[in-house]
Every structure is written in structure tokens, then in C-alpha cells.
Design a protein around this ligand. Structure first.
Ligand code: NAD
Length: 492
């Protein structure tokens, strides 16, 4: 029987928590049980505009945006330390909303803390330069905040992927409007409460949860919007790019992936198997950078498949809040059906199921959205499972006999987010890393990133770069000032 939600999460506009103009609320479900977890206010178009207005007012009137940055350094550092002290509460909230194991949510919140610290350190270092020009002139640049920046986030790492772009935008002095995914708005709203306690001025960080096509589009269409950062699917990304293009808005898109992982004959098989397991079963495979296509040298195919089968069948499934659980449910029943559709399609075209391939139907997990970790071999190239992003715990395996074949197979996808290489041969590692058409490459590692390192995709995986110094710079306008200093002095 459905229990009642424990708490209500309203919109955060201009530093106040408000229910939304229409008073509409949505029940947020726990994906491990499909029982209600919380109520979340659903923003309307009017709320989106109210958030933009509050942000612009704060940008103009508070001293957040137009000082030397020292205030932002301190506020963001305070926010990092407040979040650190409440990390367990946030990790539990994230786990209950998304389903991922606590161990992973703890890692996510730690990553957000580190992101805030990194960008706090940059907030007073976004500076211009002087440029030699002819004549009695002085030419210099200054970095100015853009104004109101809009950030639209997905549901798979709700807080981490929100703050990945919000932190640099704040560090650069902008006022932010964040729209979390409708399925997972809780941690972003809790974070905005914390930001208030950290002394971030009212209106500098606004959160409006709601439907993408109503609220997201209203935010981008609003004349006060000065930049858009979107993390999510390619289809929505295309729509957002069209909307942004109409207004010539700077745009960052972080989209999907179909990551290849190439295992060369000299790889450390034990470590490779573990890394591959994490790269596809972490967050139940709901990762843009999931290493979802295994391309293994034919000499290692049988032993590696055996190891992966062992990993897939021994992972402990359960609600993420239970200590020791290694893989949680998928985020929603729709997502489960979608992923099962890919598995069925591959199976009907001749793929072999090495492990998993079905939902969990035994109690107590039968009510949740649990799919067994799945390994598919002989996936036909033409199948949807081989070509499209599945966004679930499903690994598609193929093999190769020479390096050319491996690189060609790895690049044979419209996506280009992350690729992985397993080899002990430095020459192979370097040369193949350079030839892979992805924004990021990991060598002898599961997918790994750091707030100080760039995160980006090429091809259909995105536009622009997140993280690192450049992320903060891209939330500024580089203004050039040239001054004529009067008539040139005559030489004596
Ligand atoms: P989604 O595209 O369905 O939604 C993402 C966000 O966009 C949500 O907040 C949604 O409400 C909003 N939205 C939907 N329609 C909109 C519209 N017309 N205008 C404005 N906003 C709109 O994606 P999702 O299902 O939440 O997330 C899964 C996808 O995200 C996968 O494709 C995954 O690969 C991708 N992703 C990419 C990265 C990355 O860094 N490259 C990271 C995580 C997820």
C-alpha cells in the first residue's frame, strides 16, 4: 500500500520557498519500491519568469557580481563546508530519489563538495590582461559575469550534474536559475536552502522544478537569459540548441554516449574486468559516460566474458539505502521498460545473453525497477542495442583481431563522450588514445573525472566543455577596453 510522502519540496525563488503559481505538486517516487517519497512543487511558465526576474534583480542589486570576488570565494567555500557537514543527509536523499547505492551517493556528494572548493578558489582569479597595441593607447581586457545563467539538469546524478555547471557560474559572479529533472528535484532544492545559510544572497541561486518543455523552454526564451547549460539527452539537446540559436545565446550541451572500452591482449585482466564492471553497472548503467561497448581482443574474449559473468551475477541488488548494496533499481518503471526493450530487440536479432537480461520478479525487489546486470554477446551491428544509448546496466560485447579493427569499431558511432583502453603497452595507450573520437579517454581506469579536469564530448555527445578553469571563464564575457592616451609625445 502506498504510504504518504515524508516531506514537501517547494520552488526556491528570490531566496523564498514558494509552492508555485498554480499550486501544482507532483509525487516523487522511491524507485526501489515505487512508493511515494516526497511532494515536489511543479513550476509553471509564470514561475520560470518569476525566477528569472528574481535572478536579474539580485544580479543588478546585490554585491555578489561586481566586486573583486572575495565574497564569492568565502561564500562558496562556506557552502562546500556546510555540504560536507551534511553529506550523509544529502547522500541518503539522493539515494532514495535516484535509487543508487549509498556508497555511490556519498561519492557524488563528496564530488560536489570538491567542485565547490575548486571553483571557490577560482572566484577571485578570473582576470584580464593588458595587450600591446600601436600608438599612445592602453588596451586591456576584463572578465565580466554574463548575468542570469540557466542550467537544466538530468536525473542520473541530480546534484552533481547541477552543481558541475552552477558552481563555475556562481564563481564568475552570475545569478543562476537551475531546473532539475522532474523525477529528481529533491537534492537541488535542499542545496538551495543550504546556499542561503552559506550567505549566498537571495535570488542568486533559484531552483524551479517542473516539466522541461514548459519550464525549461520558458527559461531559455526569457529575455533575461544570458546563457544555457544543458545536460541530458540528444533529442532535448537539439531542441535547446534551436531555442538558444534564435537568441544567439552561449550554449553548453553535455549529451549522451555509447562509450567503447578496448581491451588489448596484454591487459591486466583482473583489473580490466573490475573497471568494466563499474563502467557499466555503476549507477545501474545510467551514466552518460557508461563504457557500454566492450571491444575485446579475441585471445581474451572467453576469459574476460567469464569474469564479467561472475561480476554481473554476484552483484548485490537492493534498495540503495541498504548498506552493502552494489546496484540499485533503475530510476523509474518507464526507464526499466525502455532498457528491457533494447535487450529484447538485441535478443530477437540473435544476441546471446551471457548474464541477466531480465527484471527481478522475486520479492522483495519485485515492486521496484530492478534489472539484473546484463552482458550481451554477438550483438548485431544493426541492432538498436549496438547503436543507441541504452542508459541501463547492459554491456554489448564484440571482439577484434588487430588494432585498426578495434579503433574503427570504437569510432563507429555518432557519439563521442568517453572511451576506455586497457593495455600495459605505453605506445599503444598513447597512439590509440589520440585516435579515439571522444572528448575523454581513460587508460587502465574505470570512467574517472575531477572538477579541475575538462569534461566534454565531441560529435553527438555535446558542445563546449565543463569543469576546469575554462568552465568558470566561459561564464564571463571577455570585454576589451582600448583607451587613447592623448597626442603622442614628441621625441626630444
Ligand atoms: P532529458 O533530456 O530527458 O532531460 C534532461 C533535462 O531537460 C530535464 O531537466 C528535463 O526536464 C529537461 N527538458 C526536457 N525537455 C525540455 C525542453 N523541451 N526544453 C528544456 N528542457 C527540457 O534527459 P534525462 O532523461 O534526464 O537524462 C538522461 C540523458 O542525459 C541521457 O541521454 C544521458 O546520456 C544524458 N546525460 C549526459 C551527461 C553528460 O555529461 N554528457 C550526463 C548525464 C546524463
Amino acid at each position: 500500500m502506498a504510504s504518504s510522502p515524508e516531506a514537501t519540496y517547494d520552488l526556491v525563488i528570490g531566496g523564498r520557498e514558494v509552492p508555485g503559481a498554480k499550486g501544482e505538486r507532483r509525487t516523487v517516487l522511491d524507485p526501489a519500491t515505487n512508493r511515494p517519497l516526497a511532494w515536489a512543487a511543479v513550476a509553471s511558465r509564470d514561475d520560470a519568469h518569476a525566477a528569472m526576474e528574481a535572478a536579474e534583480k539580485a544580479f543588478r542589486e546585490s554585491n555578489w557580481s561586481h566586486d573583486d570576488g572575495a565574497r564569492r570565494v568565502r561564500a562558496l567555500a562556506r557552502l562546500a563546508s556546510l555540504l560536507e557537514s551534511e553529506a550523509e543527509t544529502f547522500a541518503r536523499l539522493e539515494t532514495r530519489n535516484v535509487g543508487k547505492p549509498l556508497r555511490e551517493s556519498r561519492g557524488d556528494i563528496g564530488y560536489v563538495v570538491r567542485t565547490l572548493e575548486y571553483f571557490a578558489g577560482l572566484a577571485d582569479k578570473l582576470q584580464g590582461e593588458t595587450i600591446p597595441v600601436p600608438g599612445p593607447r592602453f588596451d586591456f581586457t576584463v572578465r565580466e559575469p554574463l548575468g542570469v545563467t540557466v542550467h537544466i539538469a538530468p536525473w542520473n546524478y541530480p546534484l552533481l550534474l547541477s552543481i558541475r555547471s552552477v558552481a563555475p557560474a556562481l564563481a564568475a559572479g552570475n545569478a543562476v536559475v537551475l531546473k532539475p529533472a522532474s523525477l529528481t528535484p529533491l537534492s537541488a532544492i535542499a542545496f538551495a536552502r543550504l546556499a542561503k545559510s552559506a550567505g549566498i544572497p537571495d535570488g542568486i541561486l533559484n531552483v524551479v522544478a517542473g516539466n522541461g518543455n514548459e519550464v525549461g523552454e520558458a527559461l531559455i526564451d526569457d529575455p533575461r537569459c544570458r546563457s544555457v547549460t544543458f545536460t541530458g539527452s540528444g533529442d532535448v539537446g537539439r531542441r535547446i540548441a534551436e531555442l538558444a540559436a534564435r537568441r544567439f545565446l552561449p550554449l553548453t550541451l553535455e549529451l549522451g554516449g555509447k562509450g567503447p572500452v578496448i581491451v588489448f591482449p596484454d591487459a591486466d585482466l583482473e583489473r580490466a574486468a573490475k573497471g568494466i564492471g563499474y563502467g557499466i553497472f555503476g549507477n545501474a548503467g545510467q551514466m552518460c559516460w557508461a563504457a557500454s561497448r566492450l571491444i575485446v581482443h579475441e585471445s581474451l574474449r572467453a576469459p574476460l566474458l567469464e569474469k564479467l559473468k561472475g561480476i554481473a551475477t554476484s552483484l548485490r541488488l537492493g534498495p540503495g539505502v541498504e548498506e552493502g548494496v552494489e546496484m540499485g533499481p533503475l530510476v523509474s518503471s518507464d526507464q526499466l521498460e525502455r532498457v528491457l526493450g533494447y535487450v529484447e530487440d538485441a535478443r530477437s536479432m540473435g544476441a546471446r545473453v551471457i548474464a541477466g537480461g531480465e527484471r527481478v520478479t522475486e520479492p522483495p525487489l519485485a515492486d521496484g525497477n530492478f534489472l539484473r546486470p546484463t552482458v550481451l554477446a554477438d550483438v548485431p551491428k544493426a541492432s538498436r542495442a549496438a547503436r543507441e544509448e541504452i542508459f541501463g546496466p547492459v554491456l554489448a560485447v564484440s571482439s577484434f583481431s588487430d588494432t585498426e579493427e578495434a579503433v574503427e569499431a570504437a569510432n563507429d558511432t555518432p557519439y563521442g563522450l568517453l572511451s576506455a583502453i586497457w593495455t600495459r603497452d605505453l605506445a599503444i595507450a598513447h597512439s590509440v588514445a589520440r585516435r579515439l573520437e571522444t572528448g575523454m579517454v581513460v587508460v587502465n581506469e574505470a570512467p574517472t573525472t575531477f572538477p579541475q579536469a575538462p569534461f566534454s564530448g565531441v560529435k553527438s555527445s555535446g558542445v563546449g566543455v565543463e569543469q576546469g578553469r575554462r568552465a568558470a571563464e566561459q561564464y564571463t564575457h571577455l570585454k576589451n577596453v582600448v583607451m587613447h592616451l592623448g597626442a603622442a609625445r614628441k621625441k626630444p
